[in-house]
Write a protein that binds this ligand. Structure first.
Ligand code: ATP
Ligand code: MG
Length: 259
């Protein structure tokens, strides 16, 4: 049993097929990157895994627990950072963390100590007592990460964790992911930042229109796309068939700017 097992997952919204017979695993101790163009179905997949959306068919299991039938048990095992920052805006981060700790039934002293250490590492200590509505995008992202890691989960599911982070905080986020897996934890994250995927992931899955079009280590993907020595960005554009589109777009832009 792997930390994540997705089998033949289908999720539609009306006549949009957001996720189309998606099958993949995330292994223990692995960092798995979910890549794909806007609207490919990444967020939908992560939400089904968290039990926030019911699939049309197929299964999403977390540590052998079915996300659809037992979402509460799944949430206990996972630290989830969603794409959109759902924070109770009038509360401070400290109040939210205390609230979440009590809801999760965590040992207050222990979780407080953990959070304080993480907050220090994230350079967040001076943001703690500000209403979250007043925080910058990056600081909101840090608050979300602290909330997600409060219960020391084995698995992190992060939806575009690097968006809006400054250089220092991206680096810390990267370190958080690496340290987490060094300790045997697993991470599934979505991203558009190819350098992050390239530097962090043991394996990546590329989805397009809800379909897994390629999966493997960077070397395996290079072989698959017959682009030896290429960056992940080039492999991605080739596999998603966007290489030509990008060229045409750049030519058109050049033409427009020349006028
Ligand atoms: N609640 C919803 N109602 C209707 N359509 C939806 C809903 N949520 C997602 N979709 C559609 O499902 C498809 C997949 O969306 P999703 O958010 O999973 O993509 P994504 O890969 O996360 O994209 P991005 O990179 O832009 O975050 C898109 O066509 C989107 O418009
Ligand atoms: Mg998304």
């Amino acid at each position: 049993m792997h930390p994540i097992e997705v089998r033949e997952l289908v999720k539609t919204f009306g006549n949009i097929i957001a996720v189309n017979k998606l099958t993949f695993d995330v292994h223990e101790g692995e960092v798995y990157g979910l890549l794909g163009p806007n609207g490919a179905g990444k967020t939908t997949t992560l939400k089904v895994l968290m039990g926030l959306l019911d699939p049309d068919s197929g299964t999403a299991n977390v540590f052998g627990i079915d996300s659809t039938s037992d979402p509460i048990e799944v949430k206990k095992r996972v630290g989830y950072v969603p794409e959109e920052q759902l924070l109770y805006n009038s509360l401070t981060s400290r109040e939210i963390l205390e609230f979440v700790a009590s809801v999760r039934g965590l040992d207050y002293y222990h979780s407080k100590k953990r959070v304080a250490e993480m907050a220090r590492a994230l350079d967040f200590t001076n943001q703690y007592d500000k209403p979250v509505v007043t925080l910058s995008q990056g600081n909101k992202q840090k608050a979300m990460l602290l909330i997600a890691m409060l219960h020391a989960p084995d698995l992190l599911i992060l939806d575009e964790p690097f968006s809006g982070l400054d250089v220092r905080t991206s680096r810390i986020m990267k370190d958080v992911i690496q340290i987490h897996t060094e300790r045997g934890g697993s991470v599934l994250f979505s991203t558009h930042i190819m350098e992050m995927a390239e530097g962090l992931c043991d394996r990546v899955g590329i989805i397009d229109e809800g379909i897994l079009i390629a999966e493997g280590t960077l070397d395996e993907l290079r072989n698959q796309s017959e682009s030896e020595g290429a960056t992940l960005e080039n492999v991605f554009l080739k596999l998603t068939g966007e290489e030509e589109d990008v060229k045409k777009g750049v030519d058109a832009l050049r033409g427009a700017l020349d006028k």
